[in-house]
Design a protein around this ligand. Structure first.
Ligand code: BG6
Length: 475
């Protein structure tokens, strides 16, 4: 059996992620504290796998002490989650804090820190308050930008001595892409204008929060967690290259450029204008974005994205959608995670690292999510009841290796975080695909049990070295 071993730099993050809405459940939640995700679940429950959703989730609200103990056992150096904006206030307009929820969060953060794990906190991981969605159209409204800044102000004031690494959004492009661009999620509206307005307001909100944090003089940093897809063209022919370049503009650079370089790509603005996409922005807003770029990025990287030039003309009755410029391309023979339908291609980590190094001033960044959701994981349980997730160990090993290789080649990659720490509820897929280092056993009152990968992760974390079984890659 051939093996190779690589060292992890001492300060390299080896962590795991999750989010408030996917774990905490509705215990203690008050009337009027629904998030957008809660509203979607309440309005459209039949699309959620087996009816599971945010209502109980992993019941973290009641079981955080147990989970924090497991963080230590899994060797995490860092843990990333979000604060639930929809539960943090009882009055979003006036910033009246829900003391009960805020106190829970105090205890949770204290427990994480006492376990020697560093918390990293997102202000929004899709938890836009339902009230703001229904009253103002959510991120369509400049009022919501202001209310988000008020929320950030209150959160920083309360927790700045417990948390130093903050992030405005997790995957800020996702909700509006699913709801307004592709109309795949409740309330199923198609409006490319709204999609772009949400993009812009989330960029603006990030810049305003960065500004606020600096003005207050808090210690630490403010970044964002983005999900740019490493986009490969089918071929080196000009039409395929153009398809990949346009995809990159609409889905990746629409956040990467304003957040890191302080401006929208001129070509993106030109194309939006050319296709009649209407979004409201002012010179003052663009100046705020220019002057307040983020300190660091977290990047979620799961699979490669492959495109080819479109083969059919656009139906003139269909409003503009970026797919005007591309079609998905499936690489024959690609290696797949069949449960999730995602291609596995660890090289995305290295390629993204080099892009950030060359095009985004080598800003500090880390892999904020990488992982493998597997269906029916119970089939891999051994006689002692432990899930033998060797596929996850191989997946992490190969992706982590690419991060370390990139770092040796000058990338400013600060670490690797697995999605997810425990199994949790995915949007719609709920508990179908299991991602965790820790199993949540739905048949036994959500009992927690470390999977084989958790012990392996701890070994890597403690020894600061990764050993890859090279034969595994070619099975
Ligand atoms: C990321 C999100 O897109 O991927 C998570 O930040 C999500 O919230 C994760 O759960 C895994 O994707 P999915 O669709 O399988 O849940």
């Amino acid at each position: 059996m051939s093996k190779k071993t690589v060292a992890l730099p001492q300060d390299f993050i080896l962590g795991a992620a999750s989010s408030a809405w996917q774990t905490e459940g509705w215990s203690g939640k008050k009337e009027g504290q629904d998030s957008y995700m809660d509203l979607w679940y309440k309005n459209d429950r039949h699309v959620w796998h087996d009816g599971y959703g945010p209502a109980v989730a992993t019941d973290l609200f009641n079981r955080y002490e147990e989970d924090v103990a497991l963080m230590k056992q899994a060797g995490l150096t860092h843990y990333r989650t979000s604060i639930n904006w929809s539960r943090f206030f009882t009055d979003y307009e006036n910033g009246v804090i829900d003391e009960e929820y805020a106190a829970y969060y105090d205890r949770f953060l204290d427990a994480i820190r006492a376990a020697g794990v560093e918390p990293m906190i997102c202000l929004e991981h899709y938890e836009l308050p339902g009230y703001l969605f229904e009253t103002y159209g959510g991120w369509s409204s400049k009022k919501v930008v202001e209310l988000f800044v008020l929320y950030a102000e209150k959160v920083f004031a309360r927790y700045h001595h417990k948390v130093t690494r903050w992030f405005t959004f997790n995957e800020p492009i996702v909700v509006q892409t699913r709801v307004y661009l592709d109309a795949l999620r409740w309330p199923y509206q198609q409006s490319t204008d709204t999609w772009m307005q949400w993009n812009h307001h989330k960029n603006l909100a990030t810049a305003k929060v960065v500004k606020l944090f600096r003005e207050k003089g808090y210690q630490g940093s403010v970044g964002a967690i983005l999900n740019p897809e490493v986009t490969y063209p089918r071929s080196s022919a000009a039409h395929d290259l153009k398809a990949a370049e346009r995809y990159d503009l609409f889905y990746n650079r629409v956040f990467l450029d304003p957040m890191v370089k302080g401006e929208y790509p001129a070509e993106l603005v030109r194309l939006l204008d050319h296709h009649g996409v209407k979004w409201e922005y002012t010179a003052d807003e663009l100046a705020i974005i220019r002057d307040n770029t983020v300190d660091e990025l977290g990047i979620n990287l799961y699979y490669p994205h492959r495109v080819k030039a479109p083969s059919r003309a656009w139906n003139p009755e269909t409003p503009f959608h970026p797919a005007w410029y591309y079609e998905p391309f499936e690489l024959p023979g690609r290696r797949m995670n069949k449960s999730r339908g995602w291609e596995i291609y660890p090289r995305i980590i290295y390629d993204m690292a080099m892009r950030i190094k060359d095009e985004y001033r080598n800003i500090p960044w880390f892999i904020a999510e990488s992982g493998m959701g597997i269906e029916n994981e119970g089939q891999f349980r051994d006689n002692d009841g432990v899930i033998q997730d060797d596929y996850r160990i191989a997946f992490i090993g190969e992706h982590l290796f690419e991060a370390l290789r990139a770092r040796e080649d000058g990338a400013n990659c600060q670490g690797y975080m697995l999605w997810a720490f425990t199994d949790n509820v995915s949007p719609m897929n709920a508990f179908k695909n299991r991602y965790g280092l820790v199993e949540i056993d739905l048949q036994h009152q959500r009992a927690r049990r470390l999977k084989k990968s958790a012990s392996w992760y701890r070994g890597v974390s403690e020894s600061r070295s990764l050993t890859l079984n090279l034969d595994d890659e070619w099975k």
